[in-house]
Write a protein that binds this ligand. Structure first.
Ligand code: CIZ
Length: 309
């Protein structure tokens, strides 16, 4: 890092620390955020862990460093707190691949099926669903339902992986995370050739051909736990690069290799220290969910929280 960059970062870190106290705010950062943003956060985690933290903490203001659907989930679970997102354009292409109208049409085609909705979706899509899931609990959520036929939206890759682990009949939506979709089986084979002693851990948003080459298939929270507990000293990581920063920081005596340089989510990288400082200074950009949508979306999230993992 250049001296100028260091000086700039320090300027914004001091500003954030002063404003965080003045505003009685906490800063939550997703595992895919830039390293320097993870470093100034009060709490790092996956979207569900962060939303739970948002609901639990005694703070008036939550600055959610992540993408829009994540801040929205925090607003759904904590309606009385002020939830701010530093970059309102930070979206999720996967979440944008399904509309409430599209889901309503699918429900008409399969009227007796239950609807499981991955948290990477808008509040309106959650409101149309019976239950939400994350990549940590998707299998348990699907198995918890009485119905044998399940509409699984919007991530087809995650759905197809879940289908390999359950007897239920899953109906997929054609959605995928462009970042994870870019990873090809050849990328994993190349990484394995380069690091023959390493274990391969991939996210279930990867395509099935990639999943089949992995030693473990885990959510980001699961990968954090795995990295802590494993005796293995080298790990090839098949998920967004921001997680590798956290893994290396928490496990300095192990080595983590990003499976491919393609694993970068442009939306996750939009949040910078300057944007976090601006959010706190200007108290923007507030994320709210209309009450009638919030109420239904919260029911789907609450149903998920009741499922034991
Ligand atoms: O739910 C999340 O936070 C995402 C998008 C991935 C994960 O596995 O943590």
């Amino acid at each position: 890092m250049s001296r100028e960059q260091y000086r700039d970062d320090q300027f914004y870190i001091d500003k954030i620390n002063r404003l965080r106290e003045e505003r009685k705010a906490i800063i939550l950062a997703h595992n895919y955020q830039r390293g320097e943003v993870q470093d100034i956060a009060d709490f790092n985690g996956d979207s569900l862990a962060l939303s739970r933290e948002a609901a639990r903490v005694d703070a008036e203001v939550i600055v959610f460093c992540g993408v829009h659907f994540m801040a929205e989930s925090a607003a759904i679970l904590s309606p009385r707190k002020t939830v701010l997102i530093p970059v309102p354009e930070a979206g999720c292409p996967l979440a944008d691949m399904i509309t409430p109208q599209g889901l309503r049409e699918m429900k008409k085609r399969y009227p007796t099926a239950s609807v499981v909705c991955y948290v990477n979706s808008s509040a309106q899509v959650k409101a149309e669903s019976d239950i939400c899931c994350t990549s940590t609990n998707a299998i348990e959520v699907v198995n918890s339902l009485e119905s044998n036929q399940i509409i699984f939206v919007p991530d087809e890759n995650l759905g197809r992986y879940v289908a390999t682990q359950t007897d239920k009949e899953l109906i997929f939506w054609k959605g995928s995370c462009p970042t994870h979709y870019r990873v090809l089986p050849e990328d994993i084979l190349k990484a394995k050739e380069k690091h023959p002693k390493a274990k391969v851990v991939v996210h279930p948003e990867c395509r099935l051909g990639v999943i089949m080459l992995a030693d473990e298939v885990l959510s980001t929270g699961g990968i954090v736990k795995f990295a802590r507990q494993t005796d293995v000293k080298e790990v090839i990581v098949g998920t967004e690069m921001g997680l590798v920063y956290r893994l290396q920081k928490e496990n300095p005596h192990k080595r983590f290799y990003l499976a491919t340089e393609k694993l970068i989510c442009p939306d996750m990288k939009l949040t910078t220290l300057e944007k976090v400082a601006n959010a706190l200074e200007r108290m923007e950009h507030r994320v709210t969910v209309p009450e009638e949508v919030r109420d239904k979306a919260k029911r789907a999230l609450d149903s998920m929280l009741e499922v034991e993992v």
